[in-house]
Design a protein around this ligand. Structure first.
Ligand code: SF4
Ligand code: SF4
Length: 378
């Protein structure tokens, strides 16, 4: 007799929680970000990948065969969420071949794009195999500043056209914003624009040096007090509110690890040159996936990252406002010479955030060290 079996369903939130709990229990990797290419049709002034968006670097990028191999390996180790990013994904000449192969493997696909390259044909192809979500950068809603920032005339019009197509397509998408010195006054207008698509407006303020060490991207940082003021006086987005907003007392880090953020647990990042990292901006250690199978590379990398410890007397080692801080060790190496060094801008922002939730006056982490040394010498 024919018996019917149904697949049990559950809410996405409960599913996600269960997968994360199982990953923590079994120390497995469940999330991956794969940079398909550094090619992009825009040249945003803050972009960390832009220095490699140039003909002489393209031969270094992963080949189609290598990407297929990595998709197989990611499927074998049980990756659930796969984020395809760039550069801009639609600049990859074989994007749809890669996308459709990844879709067939059952990954929940998150696509990062600047939104200017959508066409009717692209949308229709995505509708055949819909992604989990499409994330689009939205840093301005005014033509002149938008085109100034992307350094490509006409990019704003292409962005608006792309969004209109996407809105009509019913494909799932979100808009994400970075507040910077040049667009901070535009935040109310961007909020209105984002909300007109029925979406919640969220933004971050963190910027990083470029992948080749060029620091020009950092000139667009908002002033530290603005980083808090823009959030209505509360600490911020990107998990900082949770970490820092809950601060009722100051405490030094519980660990001497260089990476205190959970790097080296359930997430991997693969750059366009096939180098494995623990997240987008972690460049202290990378392992070549051209030289190692993915499982071996993860083991080597995670062990190395977890083993990194503060060795010197950096104030970060004992910093009592570390939970409010965005410091990334690789950024510190570019900006301040070593991965252990405090980043003065991040100190200022962390102090402003902590001060926004604590009633008493705090001492700046860099001044505190000087005072400790002074007391010690006296
Ligand atoms: S759209 Fe993205 S990848 Fe392209 S230049 Fe701008 S930030 Fe960089
Ligand atoms: S606030 Fe400054 S000293 Fe403290 S962890 Fe961040 S960068 Fe280091």
């Amino acid at each position: 007799m024919h018996s019917e079996r149904t697949i049990p369903t559950m809410q996405y939130g409960a599913f996600s929680q269960r997968v994360h709990e199982q990953a923590a229990a079994h120390q497995s990797v469940i999330k991956a970000q794969l940079e398909l290419t550094y090619r992009c049709n825009l040249h945003c002034r803050h972009c960390y990948t832009d220095p490699y968006n140039s003909k002489e670097f393209f031969p270094r990028e992963l080949t189609l065969d290598e990407i297929h191999r990595l998709l197989n390996e990611m499927q074998e180790i049980g990756i659930v969420w796969l984020n395809l990013t760039g550069g801009d994904i639609f600049m990859h000449p074989q994007f749809f071949e890669i996308y459709e192969a990844a879709y067939r493997k059952g990954f929940l696909l998150q696509l990062y794009t600047n939104g200017t390259l959508f066409t009717k044909a692209t949308i229709e192809r995505l509708q055949q195999m819909p992604p989990f979500i499409i994330d689009i950068s939205c840093h301005s809603v005014t033509e002149e500043p938008f085109d100034w920032f992307t350094q490509v005339p006409g990019s704003f019009r292409a962005f608006v056209r792309g969004l209109e197509l996407l809105k009509d397509s019913r494909l799932p998408f979100t808009l994400k914003t970075k507040a910077m010195s040049w667009n901070k006054d535009e935040m109310p207008a961007i909020r209105q624009f984002v909300e007109s698509f029925g979406q919640a407006f969220e933004f971050t303020t963190s910027l990083s040096p470029r992948l080749n060490g060029d620091l020009s991207s950092l000139t667009y940082r908002v002033a530290p007090d603005d980083a808090v003021a823009l959030h209505g006086g509360s600490p911020a987005a990107d998990g900082v509110e949770e970490r820092c907003g809950g601060t009722t007392e100051l405490f030094a880090p519980h660990t001497e690890q260089l990476y205190r953020c959970g790097c080296g647990t359930d997430t991997i990042h693969i750059n366009a040159w096939g180098q494995l990292g623990t997240c987008t901006l972690q460049y202290e250690r990378r392992v070549s996936l051209r030289a190692h199978p993915l499982t071996d590379a993860i083991e080597i990398l995670f062990q190395e990252i977890r083993a990194l410890r503060y060795q010197g007397n950096s104030p970060c080692r004992t910093c009592e406002i570390h939970s409010c801080c965005d410091k990334k060790p690789s950024d510190a190496r570019w900006e301040c010479g070593t991965a252990e060094a405090p980043i003065p801008y991040d100190c200022d922002v962390a102090l402003a955030r902590a001060q926004s939730v604590l009633p008493h006056t705090l001492i700046h982490p860099l001044h505190r060290i000087r005072m400790d040394v002074q007391v010690h010498n006296d």
